[in-house]
Design a protein around this ligand. Structure first.
Ligand code: NAD
Ligand code: DAU
Length: 339
């Protein structure tokens, strides 16, 4: 089995490579990554010498390179993680989100159509469903919830999902899609809520909470996302969307307080800052379908996962210090300087 994993030098893609190496040591894995600001080849250091893993430095939107790759390698499966993934950056500069998330996906779909594939799996997000009100805790996103996007990021991911379904229906391409809730765990880029709060708290810097801090996200440990994708690849139905989540809704302010407690810091580090434009209020996945159809269940409870995550950032300072001392400093200044 030969699998192309795009975006394998990012947060979830790299965790997926580690996961697949352990579970399916005979699979050949081809990691295709453009190494944008969010991609870090150093992340793959523990597995990079494995003869069953190949790294290809390439842009998924580069049609010629992708076609050559598919022609030469003849992959059986493609799992598309590659994306611009940060909502705040999509509000600042939307164009690259369309380039990678929409055109890049379309190039991969065309390559699959031209050279043949057993499965194209699109890694999507619960953000394609828009948001839910805080005063209706009875509402959840199901696979039937209409797409209703808020940010340029979520609009680009929804567009990619629609293209995947169109290629399935029109050309019979064997596509599956998963829409997961917020992930956390090792190797997440420091721009995202959990690593940002861990790193800032460790350095006694302000913890910038957007708006009133009451927005709700549904958190899933990254390995549980990886196991769900692996299961969809093995047993998923072609043309099907699968929602992935573990019923772990939490308010942002409670996440920040939890990190403060684990690190033994105090709440005076918290600073309420100007809200994100168009900020989605609540995400909440109903995972009934994937549980009933495939038997998937998450295994890491939040208490355990957040503890492991904080410990990972404590033990791997070199990984994030390289990032926060580089270009990220300018991003941080732009994003938080006058907030
Ligand atoms: P990330 O930003 O950490 O990593 C993205 C990776 O894609 C990086 O390695 C980057 O270099 C690479 N990349 C970007 N543009 C590329 C291009 N044009 N060609 C090739 N490689 C390119 O993202 P992540 O958080 O790991 O998310 C991975 C996928 O999962 C994304 O598709 C995202 O939409 C989806 N997702 C993320 C979450 C989450 O909570 N992080 C939840 C649900 C779904
Ligand atoms: O739901 C899945 C999505 O989760 C993925 O599709 C995205 O790729 C991923 O980035 C994530 O999107 P969010 O916007 O939910 O994640 P983020 O970590 O950026 O923010 C989580 C919440 O925390 C959100 O309500 C905004 C808030 N926040 C974020 C940052 C970075 C703050 O209050 N302060 C901050 O500094």
């Amino acid at each position: 089995m030969k699998i192309i994993i795009t975006g394998g030098c990012g947060f979830i893609g790299s965790n997926f490579i580690f996961y697949m190496r352990k579970l399916h040591p005979n699979y050949e894995l081809l990691c295709v990554d453009k190494l944008t600001y969010a991609g870090n080849l150093e992340t793959l250091a523990p597995v990079i010498d494995d003869p069953k893993l190949k790294f290809i430095h390439a842009d998924i939107a580069d049609r010629r390179t992708m076609y050559d790759l598919f022609k030469n390698e003849k992959p059986d499966i493609v799992v598309n993680f590659a994306a611009e993934s940060h909502v705040d950056r999509s509000i600042e500069s939307p164009a690259v989100f369309l380039e990678t998330n929409v055109i890049g996906t379309q190039v991969l779909l065309d390559a699959c159509r031209t050279y043949g594939i057993e499965r194209f799996h699109q890694v999507s997000t619960d953000e394609v469903y828009g948001d839910l009100p805080l005063d209706r805790p009875d509402l959840f996103f199901t696979e039937q919830t209409p797409l209703h996007t808020s940010s340029p990021y979520s609009a680009s991911k929804a567009s990619a999902d629609l293209l995947c379904m169109a290629y399935h229906r029109t050309y019979g391409l064997p596509v599956t899609i998963s829409r997961c809730s917020n992930n956390y765990g090792p190797y997440q880029f420091p721009e995202k809520l959990i690593p940002l709060m861990i790193i800032n708290a460790l350095e006694d810097k302000p913890l910038p909470v957007y708006g009133d801090g009451l927005n709700v996200r549904d958190w899933l440990y990254v390995d549980d996302h990886c196991s769900a994708i692996d299961m969809i690849l093995e047993k998923g139905k072609i043309g099907q969307v699968y929602n992935i989540g573990g019923h772990n809704e939490m308010r942002n302010i409670d996440i920040v307080r939890k990190i403060i407690t684990i690190l033994g810091k105090t709440e005076d580090l918290i600073v309420y800052v100007t809200d994100r434009k168009g900020h989605d209020r609540r995400y909440a996945i109903d995972p009934t379908f994937i549980k009933n159809e495939l038997g998937w269940l998450p295994t890491t409870k939040f208490e355990e996962g957040i503890q492991k995550t904080v410990e990972w950032y404590l033990a791997n300072r070199h990984w994030w210090q390289n990032i926060v001392n580089g270009e990220y400093r300018h991003y941080y200044e732009r994003m938080y300087g006058n907030r």
